[in-house]
Design a protein around this ligand. Structure first.
Ligand code: FES
Length: 208
């Protein structure tokens, strides 16, 4: 939520409470993906950059595809106009979301070869690049996890330096994650995106 909305919620709780109640009730008949897409379009219409980043991230987490986002924006052309659509596309491009690259738009999900298992020492976390994406690989005696390096808040690419022991802190707004579980322990409410993985002939593979 923006600082402005937070301020209004504090200073005019009854009016703003009714507003949020209305918004919730208005979308009751919609499935979550459709609701998320409409939210993205409203942020494009209002041209609020942080809102667009936040709702776009949420839509992708709910399973909306980049092609669906692009189609929704183009279908809203009569209301948005080309200027707002290109404004939104410019912001999406600055976010460097791997799934929005022209190649990825037409690619099927598949297994990606990350690295030899010898690259991952027990009890450590390794950040590495693979097929236009960066991942964190956490390995312990009991478990192995592969996470997207993108923050679940606004898709910031979290750098290796953000990791202290098992604590990963996104530099953009300070959400903190436990790298051993992926859970957000402070600042936010969503976990890191985890990819399914398997080990094949001593090579780690992940699916996205
Ligand atoms: S992008 Fe906001 S905390 Fe990471």
């Amino acid at each position: 939520m923006s600082d402005a909305l937070q301020y209004l919620l504090t200073s005019r709780p009854e009016a703003m409470g009714a507003y949020f109640k209305f918004m919730k009730a208005a979308g009751r008949g919609l499935d979550p993906k459709t609701r998320a897409l409409i939210s993205v379009i409203t942020k494009v219409g209002a041209q609020t950059e942080s809102g667009l980043k936040q709702y776009l991230t949420r839509a992708l987490q709910l399973g909306v595809t980049p092609n669906e986002v692009l189609d929704a924006m183009l279908m809203a052309f009569p209301m948005l106009g080309l200027t707002k659509i290109t404004w939104a596309i410019d912001i999406i491009l600055t976010m460097e979301i791997p799934e929005f690259s022209p190649v990825a738009l037409h690619a099927e999900a598949r297994w990606h070869r990350i690295a030899s298992m010898t690259a991952f020492t027990l009890g450590t976390t390794t950040r590495l690049a693979c097929d236009e994406r960066e991942v964190f690989v956490y390995r312990s005696e009991q478990t192995l996890r592969v996470y997207d390096s993108r923050c679940p808040h606004q898709i910031t690419n979290i750098p290796a330096l953000a990791l202290q022991d098992k604590c990963l802190t996104c530099p953009k707004h300070g959400w903190v994650f436990d790298i051993s579980s992926g859970l957000c322990t402070s600042g936010g409410d969503r976990p890191l995106r985890e990819f399914p993985h398997k080990v094949d002939e001593e090579f780690l593979l992940a699916y996205w």
